[in-house]
Write a protein that binds this ligand. Structure first.
Ligand code: NAI
Length: 343
């Protein structure tokens, strides 16, 4: 039996996490849930957007399924953990829990329309360094600065993880993404370190791309790419781009993985424009839960959910608006649960 910390989050978060939870339960996975609050709503209720009980729960369960949380602009809800200030709740969780890699697959799903039909990308985003290290300040009233941090150790760790993950699932081609022609020291260190670690895997075809050239190539011929390894900021941006190649943010899942715990969440944000209206696509969160089930070794429940989801996508009758249908989050969830009960 695995216990999972469930963070519903803000905006569409409570709706899509409820959907994922219902589906995991219907698939017969041997899990229990412990719900804790984090995000803007929690900040309003508790005075802090990231209360200590979130860390206490994850310290026990070592597993979390997290809905998106809203990050207000400005200083309304500073995220402070034991004296350390972070730019957002999500970044605080990734950093404090040492979730050093964000794994984000982006592939075509049957029944989901997109401009391309043969995309199968696997993104490894370094998750703890780069411009997201939180070292940003006003130098004077008219000048702001942010410090970009890349370490050899952080770059090695994420590359080793990527290579090991690729080896396990039989992937063979890795593109290391950088801008070392301009960011000579920081991205240069990332690139050189990644190439050195990857040399331990002669079975892989390893190449490199400058981030701007990659963006152009991805939107023209995404099928030529397989696995991408990127520093934090480029990884964040390219994940949304990759989601757009395969049907939008509603279909892109993700996993934040560390040494002793893991947190699963969709690529998309809290989507406050559609929050609470029962129109959000739950697929990205459901697929994040599928990644969680594979992580804990429950391939049977994971496979069952993917089959049920595929069946619902293919018959098109109960899919959300972003997928060309008119169903709500609840209706799409019920249709997947129904397929699970009949499988
Ligand atoms: P967003 O991803 O929330 O929304 C972008 C667009 O995609 C919106 O039009 C939204 O309606 C649509 N969308 C997103 N998910 C969808 C879904 N499942 N089904 C249907 N449509 C969907 O990005 P945005 O607007 O930049 O951010 C909104 C808030 O979310 C901000 O406060 C931001 O800081 C936060 N955010 C949180 C993240 C996290 O917790 N991991 C990640 C990204 C943003």
């Amino acid at each position: 039996m695995h216990q999972i910390t469930l963070i519903p989050g803000d905006g569409i978060g409570p709706e899509v996490t409820r959907s994922a939870r219902e589906i995991v339960t219907a698939a017969g996975a041997n899990v229990t849930w412990e719900t804790v609050g984090a995000g803007m709503r929690t900040g309003e209720e508790c005075g802090t957007p990231l209360p200590a009980n979130v860390f206490e729960s994850i310290a026990r369960t070592r597993l979390a399924l997290k809905g998106p949380v809203q990050t207000p602009f400005g200083d309304a809800y500073p995220v402070v953990v034991e004296g350390r200030t972070h730019p957002s709740v999500t970044i605080a969780l990734r950093k404090e829990l040492k979730l050093f890699v964000n794994v984000r697959p982006a592939r075509n799903y049957p029944g989901v329309k997109s401009r391309f039909d043969n995309v199968d990308l696997l993104i490894f985003r370094e998750n703890s360094e780069d411009l997201y290290a939180g070292r940003e300040r006003m130098v004077d009233a008219d000048t702001a600065e942010a410090i970009k941090i890349i370490t050899r150790q952080g770059s090695e760790r994420v590359t080793r993880f990527a290579c090991e993950y690729m080896r396990k699932i039989g992937r063979r081609k890795l593109s290391v993404i950088h801008k070392s022609n301009v960011m000579k020291l920081t991205d240069g260190l990332f690139l050189k370190t990644a190439q050195k670690v990857a040399r331990d895997h002669p079975e892989f075809e390893v190449n490199e791309r400058v981030i701007d050239a990659l963006c152009m190539e991805l939107v023209v011929r995404p099928e030529e790419f397989d696995s991408l390894l990127l520093p934090n900021l480029y990884g964040d941006i390219v994940s949304d781009l990759a989601a757009g190649l395969v049907g939008g943010l509603g279909v892109a899942p993700g996993a934040n993985i560390g040494v002793d715990c893991a947190m699963f969440e969709a690529v998309h944000g809290a989507a406050p424009d559609i929050g609470g209206r029962d129109i959000a696509n739950p697929m990205a969160m459901i697929l994040s839960a599928v990644m969680l089930l594979r992580y804990i070794g429950d391939a049977q429940a994971a496979d069952r959910i993917e089959r049920a989801l595929t069946a619902v996508l293919l018959d098109q009758k109960h899919v959300t608006r972003d997928l060309g249908g008119s169903a709500g989050t609840r209706e799409m969830t019920a249709a997947i649960v129904d397929k699970l009960s009949k499988a």
